[in-house]
Design a protein around this ligand. Structure first.
Ligand code: ADP
Ligand code: MG
Length: 247
């Protein structure tokens, strides 16, 4: 079972879009996937117009079985939503023992999935720490602009710090350059920089594509919304690269 956190400290870089579409793409490729929304602002839940009756907050706080908290989104794809306020979730978690390890402890013994994909909040809070300390792998989406690139570097540092502080071993398996517009000079420069600096792990870029923006309004992944779009092609390419790492 691969446990992958989709993480970047910066907001608006394509984390949620990447989490949804990697999860949906893996499910299309016959992998059994659980998608966890750890952003209490609930962007996945809004994007997919679908919420589990019990959310991630309930899962953390109550003694619930994972099956009571998931909703089925499609063949091979299950989802735990997040809807409570950030404050509420963090407060109630902060009171718990080993609050950084709640997710890891609660997920102990959960099996039956090939992939757990976790969408992280855009800040480094207790929820993000929980994701990092549970996951074995990180995928970092970075928008192809200066701030996205900065966010990428900060996130790499942060993961290193977490590994040292907690004797943990999360590995950055992929950097996904997002919102790429080949006509834009900054996009080209940042893409080159990312590809040079992270040549072993950077994927092909996800192009700027309006279909990726529209799909959440329809409550769909890009593959069900418009499978012929550039967004679908680009994310399928990333999904295939993620699967290749299984070997
Ligand atoms: N490749 C893309 N092309 C066009 N719009 C995109 C693309 N990737 C993401 N977006 C849009 O950009 C916004 C921010 O993306 P999102 O995935 O929510 O970022 P984050 O989760 O990092 O805050 C959303 O409106 C999303 O639809
Ligand atoms: Mg998000």
């Amino acid at each position: 079972m691969r446990k992958i956190a989709i993480i970047n400290q910066k907001g608006g870089v394509g984390k949620t879009t990447t989490a949804i579409n990697i999860a949906a793409g893996l499910a299309l490729r016959e992998k059994r996937v659980l998608l966890i929304d750890l952003d209490p602002q609930g962007s996945i839940s809004t994007s997919l117009k679908n919420a589990s009756q019990k959310d991630i907050n309930d899962f953390f706080i109550e003694t619930l079985d994972i099956r009571q908290c998931t909703v089925r989104l499609g063949k091979n794809l299950e989802f735990i939503s997040s809807k409570k306020s950030l404050l509420g979730t963090e407060l109630s978690m902060g009171r718990a023992r080993e609050s950084e390890f709640l997710l890891k402890n609660k997920m102990n013994g959960v099996n039956g999935y090939d992939y757990i994909i976790i969408d992280c909040p855009p800040s480094f809070n207790l929820l993000t720490k929980n994701a990092v300390l549970y996951a074995d792998e990180a995928i970092i989406p970075a928008s192809t602009d200066y701030l996205g690139y900065k966010g990428l570097l900060n996130t790499i540092d942060l993961l290193k710090d977490m590994n040292e502080a907690y004797d943990h071993n999360i590995k950055t398996k992929k950097v996904v350059p997002t919102m790429f517009d080949s006509r834009n000079k900054i996009c080209r420069i940042i893409l080159d920089t990312i590809k040079n600096e992270f040549y072993e792990i950077s994927t092909n870029p996800i192009r700027m594509n309006s279909k990726l923006k529209e799909a959440p309004r329809a409550g769909k992944s890009i593959f069900t919304y418009d499978k012929k779009s550039n967004g679908a092609k680009d994310y399928l390419d990333v999904v295939n690269m993620v699967i290749q790492d299984e070997a």
